[in-house]
Design a protein around this ligand. Structure first.
Ligand code: FES
Length: 115
């Protein structure tokens, strides 16, 4: 089965470390997610905390903690590893963010598939 790719944004919108929230239509679904750039790598997750399902951002596009080393949920302060999405601090230890498959082609970042 082939899946379509959906343009999310261009790489320039992300600092390193940095994050970027988005909402795109993909294969008939509205996908609310966020991107993280860290050490030259890109990661994407659904904007839904495994604790209660709330969005994570505390300010638009802000998904990282103050030193940019972990993803932070604004609601109850859970922290997640950037590369795996696993909760390492807060009310949902061991649970994980839902990872989105992306592709970086030149300066464009595409959503490929959703879990
Ligand atoms: S909703 Fe994210 S920590 Fe509670």
């Amino acid at each position: 089965m082939c899946s379509e790719s959906t343009l999310i944004c261009v790489t320039d919108v992300l600092a390193d470390p940095g994050s970027y929230g988005f909402e795109v239509g993909h294969e008939g679904e509205t996908v609310e997610g966020f991107l993280v750039r860290f050490d030259g790598q890109y990661y994407a997750y659904r904007n839904s905390c495994p604790h209660t399902g709330s969005p994570l951002d505390w300010v638009e596009h802000q998904f990282l903690d103050l030193d940019g080393s972990l993803i932070q949920c604004a609601m109850h302060d859970a922290r997640f590893q950037i590369d795996s999405g696993e909760c390492v601090m807060g009310p949902c230890p061991g649970e994980s963010l839902s990872k989105l498959e992306i592709s970086v082609e030149g300066e464009n970042i595409y959503l490929i598939s959703t879990p």
